[in-house]
Design a protein around this ligand. Structure first.
Ligand SMILES: Nc1ncnc2c1ncn2[C@@H]1O[C@H](COP(=O)(O)OP(=O)(O)O)[C@@H](O)[C@H]1O
Ligand SMILES: [Mg+2]
Length: 338
């Protein structure tokens, strides 16, 4: 099968996505597929692996110094987010494997373009991606499906300072990777936290800080995979700990009773369905000290590096990395047949 792995793009998670994409292309090539690997932003002609049969030639590492998005933009400054030739390449593929993370690739934009060209791709469609990217919308949908979310309010730029209880967490509605997230312990810290969050979005959530342990549960097809417990080594689970190996401990399955494991699995499935996700997703929860799970968010395109949580959960369930990649392709093709 001709599979185009799309990754990179103008996202703060560009480098992680390049790594995910190169691993996926290698795994698919190894399993006999004709894979191509393409940074969605750059022109196809400028890329070494963007041809069928060429993908899987190299595994990209995450550089210590992140790739500069402004210099990428300056290199190809025609305002396009999809490079010359990328759509043509996608049209000639049997399937596109989306290894994009963050922004344009995960918020539904890329999905909308691919859908309108009739191009088949893995993972959720435009509307579900869009809903999951917005923490306000996703929490509203999940709450309607019976999934408990932290109590909170939505604040818009310029509005009066809200009356909230502390400790609280302040976060922009539409970001990720802990960007713009602050933990606030008193009223005097609220204004600067709101300012920091408004840097990234016009809508900001201020919600109760839940004291407890954090779990991430992936859904593959119609099953919840074993939970992963995330134990930060630093004070919180921020951008650095997420992507630098060794900054968090991840235990799979998480330290839960059988009943709790079943409960959080059912919640992850409920969130997946409430948001209208396809093929796979990964939802994050906190198990509060009150014994209740609180929903934080769902990732439409979770990381696919070997240390990422979905591959880890799959492995615990007996599904190796290459098999996971193929299973995702199979789910997408099956869905497209209907
Ligand atoms: N209500 C909350 N209570 C306690 N910790 C929280 C809460 N919301 C977020 N966090 C912590 O902050 C991290 C980032 O928040 P999250 O909502 O997942 O946003 P992001 O999209 O930036 O990952 C979470 O992984 C969790 O550790
Ligand atoms: Mg998160």
């Amino acid at each position: 099968m001709k599979i185009l792995v799309l990754c990179g793009g103008l996202s703060p998670e560009h480098d992680v996505s390049m790594k995910s994409g190169s691993l996926i292309a290698a795994a698919l090539a190894q399993r006999g597929h004709s894979a191509a690997l393409c940074d969605i932003f750059r022109p196809v002609a400028s890329q070494k692996y963007a041809a069928f049969g060429k993908g899987g030639g190299e595994i990209f590492d995450i550089p210590k110094e992140p790739t500069s998005l402004s210099s990428m933009r300056a290199e190809y400054s025609d305002g396009r987010q999809i490079g010359h030739g990328v759509l043509e390449l996608a049209l000639s593929a049997d399937l596109c494997f989306l290894a994009l993370h963050g922004g344009f690739g995960e918020d539904g934009h890329v999905q909308a373009v691919l859908e309108s060209y009739g191009i088949k791709f893995t993972g959720s469609k435009m509307a579900a991606c869009h809903a999951s990217m917005d923490k306000n919308i996703s929490k509203l949908l999940c709450r309607r499906a019976g999934v408990r979310v932290p109590e909170g309010i939505l604040v818009f730029r310029g509005e009066k300072m809200p009356d909230v209880s502390f400790p609280a967490v302040v976060k922009p509605c539409g970001c990720g990777s802990s960007v713009g997230v602050s933990f606030v312990y008193g009223k005097e810290q609220l204004e600067s936290a709101l300012c920091a969050a408004f840097e990234y979005d016009d809508g900001v959530i201020v919600e109760d800080m839940i004291d407890g342990r954090e779990f991430s549960v992936s859904v593959l097809g119609d099953t919840a995979l074993p939970s992963v417990e995330i134990i930060p080594r630093g004070e919180s689970y921020d951008f650095v700990s997420k992507y630098q190996a060794g900054m968090t401990d991840e235990i799979c399955p998480g330290r839960l009773t059988k009943e709790e494991e079943a409960r959080v699995g059912a919640l992850a499935l409920a969130a997946h369905r409430a948001l209208g996700m396809d093929d796979f997703s990964r939802s994050d929860f906190i198990l509060g000290n009150d014994g209740k799970f609180y929903y934080l968010e769902t990732n439409a395109l979770p990381g696919m590096t070997k240390t990422s949580l979905l591959p880890l959960a799959a492995k615990t369930a007996g599904i190796e990395y290459g098999e996971l990649c193929e299973k995702i392709c199979a789910l997408a093709l099956e869905r497209n047949k209907k």
